[in-house]
Design a protein around this ligand. Structure first.
Ligand code: SF4
Ligand code: SF4
Length: 267
């Protein structure tokens, strides 16, 4: 018997497998008066199991308050949140960026993740010794903690029907939000001093001295909103004198040394 019957009780089961709740029924109470407690998972996380047993025993010994269980006997403090809310890929979902195949970094909803509607705490707690967990390791959620598993979550690795709406909306508004954020990041990736001198003293390829006119316009209007009723420290910074030590090697006439690599070769 598994918590909810699981794979042994799936469609085609000829063994009579069922959950403990189905087997014992709603009137069952243990010798200490406790109904069936369910700690689901495939297999359940060890920490979830021991923590639940400890909480019940502490309560029965009058050493702790009554732990909160939900209507299905799950420890509520462990299972009331969806796995999606704590997923490390939730930011990708919000910005509407989705993985196309397993192993991609992005949100896995289009390749079969049911996380937005599955109650599970594996990404907060970790799979083993607080390490790993399905999405942390790049795996899509197939709903193994849920009473409907596996029949209501199969076929596995096919996008859930509801994701067409939520994922589609997320692509539309997330795409817009993502572009706005990239604009803010462009501004945030420059020191106020660099804006003032139109020079980025970075020796790495790709550093751009001047901002594009469109970025300047965007930054101007964005800052109007950002600093409404507040102090713009970047503006205050414009009034400060330039620090004298900028590009000190060039000032001291040792410019040529910067053009050799660690082996002394010209680069
Ligand atoms: S991988 Fe799954 S749980 Fe994580 S953000 Fe995407 S849909 Fe949500
Ligand atoms: S498959 Fe889903 S429900 Fe099962 S442990 Fe992974 S995240 Fe949790």
């Amino acid at each position: 018997m598994r918590t909810w019957g699981g794979i042994p009780a799936a469609a085609g089961n000829i063994t009579g497998s069922m959950s403990l709740t189905d087997f014992l029924g709603k009137d069952y109470r243990s010798a200490l008066g406790v109904p069936v407690v369910n700690v689901p998972g495939c297999s359940p996380l060890g920490d979830n199991f021991t923590e639940t047993v400890a909480a019940v025993l502490l309560f029965l010994q009058n050493l702790a308050p009554l732990p909160k269980f939900d209507e299905l006997g799950r420890p509520a403090w462990l299972f009331e949140e969806t796995v999606h809310r704590h997923c490390p890929k939730a930011g990708y979902y919000e910005e509407g960026v989705f993985a196309e195949e397993p192993g991609d970094n992005q949100c896995l909803v289009e390749i079969g993740c049911w996380g937005p509607v599955v109650q599970c705490n594996i990404v907060e707690r970790g799979a083993i010794n607080h390490v790993g967990g399905c999405m942390v390791a790049g795996g899509a959620c197939i709903g193994c903690t849920m009473p409907g598993f596996p029949d209501k979550y199969s076929p596995f690795y096919k996008s859930p029907p509801g994701s067409a709406i939520s994922g589609g909306l997320s692509k539309v508004y997330g795409g817009g939000i993502r572009r706005l954020r990239r604009m803010s990041m462009k501004t945030g990736n420059r020191e106020p001093l660099w804006d003032k001198t139109d020079e980025v003293p970075s020796g790495w390829e790709g550093a751009k001295d001047k901002r594009a006119p469109v970025d300047k316009v965007n930054a101007y209007f964005y800052k109007k909103l950002q600093y409404r009723g507040s102090v713009n420290h970047a503006e205050r910074n414009k009034k400060q004198p330039l620090p004298s030590s900028r590009d000190i090697l060039r000032q001291k006439g040792v410019h040529a040394q910067r053009s050799t690599n660690v082996r002394g070769e010209r680069v």
